[in-house]
Design a protein around this ligand. Structure first.
Ligand code: F6R
Length: 605
């Protein structure tokens, strides 16, 4: 998704901006641009379709120099990916703007500006912002005052950074609905859509609130709230970034992140120290003790983690649990009973729909818990209780280690809730499941060569079905999502019992059917479902517990999975499916870490 980097300094900032863009590449984008104000107060611009590398090459051919600048990676919403639609957008050869979010009233604003003779150079919603600044600047005292007027005309979501070549020391930034941070340097100031973009220059940040406008100069900054009053926002000092975020000897971040999972699980649930209520927040024990129901909200892979948690919470804590995709819940009026704990699940902590859904329910006085991988993120800040997963920076667009650490965190949550309703009858089984998960994943990683060989059968396929029962249905959903995201093979997941209610009609020798078959109470039911597939000539790929009795034969490929703790099995089987998708994608030659059309941190709805 779009990324912003901006700087006001006493030194050249082009390399800082480009490094910031490189650090944001993982979010997914289609074009990029950079604008600087040079020493002669000229606005200079490079824009490119494609990768940041294109901008770097433009910069080598015609270096832009300056101490004030803004830069952007764009993920197209309004207008095709093109250099013309790439940000920054400019007006009057003087103003430049970068923008994340969507200006919902852009069509009205555009037609009004066009009526006044303004010629637009792009199809974007963003371009209205820079023309409004150009139009209003003569009636305002300075750039800051102009931006304060312009944002009053904008509807929708935005994070913007603006420069004016006539004020070569001033960077103005504003946010409403899209994330934006100010990075504090020594004698220099920065802004970015996330802290990662700025970690090469600072570890000290201010997280702007909705309605905030910041005015940054090399040696100072001021923040104003939506009324225009100066406001102090908390300064956060982050730990220095970890060195292990580098790719190392792996071919892709996704593979590196799959292999990191045993350690990331140990980081999330330290061995021998199953989390206590305090690990969820100071008031968690009291909140959990009055929790009568759980409402989980999330998107994509995080939603699948929520679906797994529903099985656990209802089975062990005996509390009703609903799970809903945030983009649906935010626009309806769900019946949420008193005593409901709102649990949001998010890797990035910035997903616009999840944040909006939390706020949608927040007005009802319900306690909010965020299970999140990024401290200080918008979702964490919108929640009273937080459990931070310790997946570390996830660079591959397809989520892997974030999902399995979410499952570990949700196991810990179930343990807490079950401890209240069942007087801790289950504490021992959760403690041993959490402790056994890293080793179970290590055992699955040892099967990598076999899974890679299995992947070859999928290379020429166009579709695949994934089947699971019980808690392994959401695991099948996650397997199907991974396969479609990175290999572009159409994949759908069904509860195996649903097969004969429709999807069986699709089964023929061209339709691989992947089954998740751990050795649990539903195994025999699943076995019958798989017989139905074989009887129709379907080719089966069964991830089965080594003790389950499944054997490979004509049209049946069995991967014998090491036996593991039943509660830890969703984590272990997920890792096998991640490897399957990864090797199918590699064999098909796709861009595994940056699959087409997708973005990492979905900050627009
Ligand atoms: C899939 C994937 C997405 C995210 C979804 C929610 O591999 O990564 O489906 O899970 O966009 O993102 P977060 O967890 O950051 O809220």
């Amino acid at each position: 998704m779009c990324g912003i980097v901006a700087a006001a300094a006493k030194r050249e900032v082009s390399e800082i901006l480009l490094e910031g863009l490189r650090r944001l590449e993982y979010r997914g984008y289609d074009s990029a641009g950079i604008a600087l104000v040079d020493n002669d107060k000229n606005l200079q611009l490079h824009k490119a379709l494609g990768r940041v590398a294109e901008l770097e090459s433009a910069q080598r051919q015609r270096p832009l120099l300056g101490c004030l600048g803004i830069a952007h990676t764009r993920w197209a919403t309004h207008g095709v990916p093109s250099a013309a639609n790439a940000h920054p957008h400019t007006a009057g050869n003087r103003f430049a703007v970068v923008h994340n979010g969507i200006i919902e009233n852009h069509a009205v604003l555009r037609s009004d500006l066009e009526g006044r003779g303004i010629v637009f150079l792009s199809q974007t919603d963003t371009e209205v912002i820079v023309h409004l600044i150009d139009q209003l600047r003569p009636t305002c005292s300075d750039l800051l005052a102009t931006v304060q007027q312009v944002v009053k005309k904008l509807e929708g979501a935005y994070a913007i950074a603006v420069i004016d070549s006539d004020e070569p020391e001033t960077l103005v930034v504003a946010r409403d609905g899209s994330p934006l941070v100010i990075g504090l340097g020594i004698g220099e100031m920065f802004a970015g859509s996330d802290t990662l973009a700025l970690r090469s220059v600072t570890d000290t940040f201010i997280y702007l609130e909705d309605g905030d406008i910041g005015c940054l100069k090399a040696g100072s900054y001021e923040v104003f709230d939506s009324t225009g009053a100066t406001i102090e926002r908390e300064v956060s000092q982050l730990e220095p970034p970890k060195k292990d975020d580098l790719l190392g000897s792996y071919d892709h971040y996704m593979l590196k992140e799959i292999h990191e999972q045993p350690q990331r699980l140990r980081d999330t649930i330290p061995p021998g120290k199953p989390p206590s209520a305090l690990d969820f927040g100071a008031s968690a024990a009291e909140v959990f003790s009055r929790t009568k129901a759980v409402q989980i909200i999330a998107c994509g892979t995080s939603y699948h983690a929520g679906l797994v948690a529903k099985y656990w919470i209802e089975a062990f804590a005996k509390i009703p649990c609903s799970v809903e995709v945030a983009s649906e819940l935010r626009y309806r009026e769900p019946v949420v009973v008193d005593g409901t704990l709102i649990v949001s699940i998010s890797q990035s902590g910035e997903t616009a729909d999840t944040l909006a859904a939390i706020n949608h329910l927040g007005g009802q006085g319900l306690a909010r818990l965020a299970v999140c991988n990024v401290d200080h993120s918008a979702i964490v800040r919108a929640s009273e209780l937080v459990f931070l997963t310790q997946a570390g920076a996830e660079i591959g667009v397809a989520s892997t280690k974030a999902f399995t650490t979410q499952l570990a965190a949700l196991m810990a949550l179930t343990d807490q809730l079950a401890g209240i309703t069942n007087k801790n009858d289950y504490h021992g089984i959760f403690a041993s499941a959490m402790a056994s998960a890293p080793a179970a994943v290590t055992a699955v990683l040892a099967l990598e060569p076999k899974i890679k060989a299995m992947a070859n059968h999928f290379v020429a396929k166009h579709h695949a079905l994934f089947l699971g029962r019980g808690v392994f249905y959401p695991i099948a959903m996650e397997g199907a999502l991974k396969l479609k995201e990175i290999s572009y093979i159409h994949a759908e997941a069904y509860p195996a019992g649903e097969l004969k209610h429709g999807p069986l009609a699709l089964v023929d020798s061209d339709m691989p059917v992947v089954a998740v078959a751990p050795n649990n109470a539903l195994l025999e039911k699943l076995r019958s479902n798989l017989e139905e597939v074989r009887a129709r000539g379907g080719e089966l790929f069964v991830f089965a517990d080594e003790a389950s009795g499944f054997e490979s034969g004509p049209g049946v490929h069995v991967l014998a999975m090491p036996h593991c703790d039943e509660l830890a099995a969703p984590i272990a089987y997920t890792v096998a499916l991640q490897l399957l998708s990864y090797y199918v994608a590699v064999a098909r030659g796709t861009d595994v870490d940056k699959p087409r059309n997708l973005a990492k941190s979905v900050t627009v709805e």
